[in-house]
Write a protein that binds this ligand. Sequence first.
Ligand SMILES: Nc1ncnc2c1ncn2[C@@H]1O[C@H](COP(=O)(O)OP(=O)(O)OP(=O)(O)O)[C@@H](O)[C@H]1O
Ligand SMILES: [Mg+2]
Length: 329
Amino acid sequence: MAAARRDKPSLLTGLACGAAVVAAVTLLVYPLQDLDPGVSSGVLYVAGVLIVAIYWGLLPGIITSIASAVALDYFHTEPTGDLFRGKDGGDLFAISVMFFTAVLAAVIAARARLRARDAAERARLEGVQASRARVLAAADDERRRVVRDLHDGAQQRLVHTIITLKLAKRALARGEDAGRFVAEALQHAETTNTELRELAHGILPAVLTHHGLRAGIESLAARSPVPVAIDVVAGRMPPAIEATAYFFVAEALTNVAKHAHATRAHVSAEIRDGALRVSVRDNGAGGARRDGPGLLGLEDRLSALDGKLELTSPPGGGTRVTAVLPLLQ
Ligand SMILES: Nc1ncnc2c1ncn2[C@@H]1O[C@H](COP(=O)(O)OP(=O)(O)OP(=O)(O)O)[C@@H](O)[C@H]1O
Ligand SMILES: [Mg+2]
């Protein structure tokens, strides 16, 4: 609804538009008053009052209705050179109609604005709830993956280590050589250690937690099959911001390698207007869709920190994807 577009109409603009509407209607009806000196000019003023009341609210509508009544009174019959002198009492009726119309229109417009605001707020809350549900589902998936990895990897190797050590103990108790079992147990323990380190790396890489975003991005660029130029102008930030920015770059660079057919990529990070802006761009095929599982997941990650994702990816024109993350004080 048109009225709903202006959530907070400015009073000054409303008054200026009211004055413009009254002047325009007066200019329009004055030369035509010979055709119909009464009703049609009144209706045009009422239409003007309606427009002002709907678009700019009650007060400008009322003031416009009074101004319209004065203009109508002054111009719709032969000018007398003075207001309300030598005119018939029917103008009082015109004033009342316009006043009533203004109030009615303003009330309807206010209700419409309220309903539109409610609908927008409901839509926003539904979006936040859907996003939260996806973040929770992703966290559950991640937990399940960690449990599975622990169960299939480190836990199995530890079981082998324990069994082998028990064999070694039994051999020693019998006075036999336990060296073979001890060597095997050691190998299992070392492999377990490596697997646990890799698992932890998958959750949050040590280079990011120890050295910050720039180092994290450098490690991602080093693994990328497409050459990546880096331009990071940002020091240490809160861990949640660094981790989110890191996973954003990881997914964006994976997308470049998987989909873009690009010959080079560029990652930049800077702090501007109180927010970290991280961009990944490539010179590839373009045509990226923000409703894909990866980019949608990134959007959820970002919105959990009040951030947002921007995507420009015209077909054939390369892709630029940007994460904007407000830095909390
Ligand atoms: N840099 C890019 N260049 C060209 N196309 C891209 C680029 N990034 C994404 N796309 C396109 O947008 C789609 C959505 O990307 P998204 O990352 O959401 O999903 P995905 O990479 O296919 O799946 P996942 O991330 O789960 O592996 C991709 O399928 C791909 O077609
Ligand atoms: Mg992807």
